[in-house]
Design a protein around this ligand. Structure first.
Ligand code: FDA
Length: 307
């Protein structure tokens, strides 16, 4: 129930304007979001890439007009150019959301999103780095995977995200475990109905392990996106059992979450990538992160009343 309320808040314009206008919210937003401007995100990237890898996300989703979708493409061209110019492209890639690229525009939204994603992939290729396509709610999975498939014809390094909470995901893992495939496996961050998703934490975790087994035994490059210590250990065990060297898979975590563990894994010689979101459209992302942990909500509430 809490999760449903949080996801509803992430979509509510009233809640959004309330939180965005609270100066006291800023320090907590800064924990999860690496600034509104590109310069700040690049400073964070420079710092993190000393021992870790990065994927930068220009925040934005659910774009409802063409101009915003075009502006998002421009923002990605800019960040990719800056990564190349700053010598960071070997250690930092980008993640994008198709809904920020116009997928929900009426008429030919899917086509517009594909063209925009293609333009970003071209910029990534010129910069010498890669792109991973985030996964959004379950109604968009087929369309997202179909766009990823089309992109991979010209850019075989494009990564996909699969969400272990969906009943269908074991099948998708099998489909995407071939040579060259890059798959980020996460638990899933949206409020999905029981008809399509596991709602119980133990069931989601069990599905995550089944999916990991398929990806680790496959021929692709698994990207293990979780902060869950038990699943991180299982991933390393499965990688060892599948004969994978440290360079043949990676761990991923979000900026601001378990930073000490990120450093510990990197110090052990494992590939550790941090998802670094930045930009003015931080509200929905921020609310999803708050909702993932009751302690975050309590911390936020205390900060707002100044205690
Ligand atoms: P779980 O929620 O069980 O948390 C395990 C432990 O991690 C907690 O006990 C706590 O210690 C810590 N933790 C987790 N979340 C925290 C938080 N918000 N604040 C503080 N501590 C926290 N989802 C999606 O639907 N589509 C996508 O494209 C992506 N992309 C993505 C990229 C990367 C790199 C990551 C790490 C995650 C995503 N996600 C995502 C989000 C993902 O689906 C999921 O919601 C979060 O990662 C939280 O799940 P955990 O696996 O960490 O487990």
């Amino acid at each position: 129930m809490l999760r449903s309320a949080i996801i509803a808040a992430s979509r509510s314009p009233r809640a959004r304007s309330l939180v965005e206008n609270l100066p006291l919210a800023r320090p907590i937003v800064d924990r999860f979001v690496a600034g509104e401007q590109l310069g700040k995100a690049l400073d964070t990237t420079r710092e993190l890439t000393r021992d870790r890898l990065v994927t930068l996300d220009h925040l934005g989703e659910d774009t409802t007009d063409r101009a915003s979708a075009d502006a998002t493409v421009e923002a990605y061209r800019k960040v990719l150019g800056a990564l190349a110019d700053g010598g960071l492209a070997a250690r930092a890639e980008v993640s994008l959301k198709l809904s920020a690229l116009g997928r929900s525009l009426p008429g030919d939204g899917d086509k517009i999103a594909l063209e925009n994603a293609r333009a970003i992939c071209e910029a990534a290729a010129s910069a010498g780095t890669t792109v991973t396509v985030d996964m959004e709610d379950h109604t968009t999975v087929d369309a997202t995977l179909s766009i990823v498939r089309e992109l991979r014809v010209d850019f075989p390094w494009v990564g996909a995200v699969l969400q272990a909470y969906l009943h269908r995901t074991e099948g998708d893992c099998a489909d995407l475990s071939g040579p060259g495939s890059r798959v980020r496996l996460c638990k899933g961050a949206y409020d999905e109905p029981a008809s399509v998703a596991y709602r119980d934490k133990a069931e989601v975790d069990a599905s995550y392990v089944r999916c990991l087994k398929i990806l680790m035994a496959g021929q692709g490059y698994p990207m293990v996106a979780t902060h869950d210590p038990r699943l991180i250990e299982i991933a390393q065990d499965l990688a060892a059992r599948s004969g994978r060297a440290a360079a043949e898979y990676e761990h991923q975590m979000l900026f601001g979450i378990r930073a000490d563990e990120q450093q510990r894994l990197a110090a052990r010689g494992l590939r550790m990538r941090v998802y670094v979101p930045y930009g003015g459209e931080w509200y929905p992302y921020f609310v999803r992160r708050l909702g993932e942990r009751p302690a975050n909500l309590a911390f936020f509430a205390r900060a707002l009343v100044g205690r």
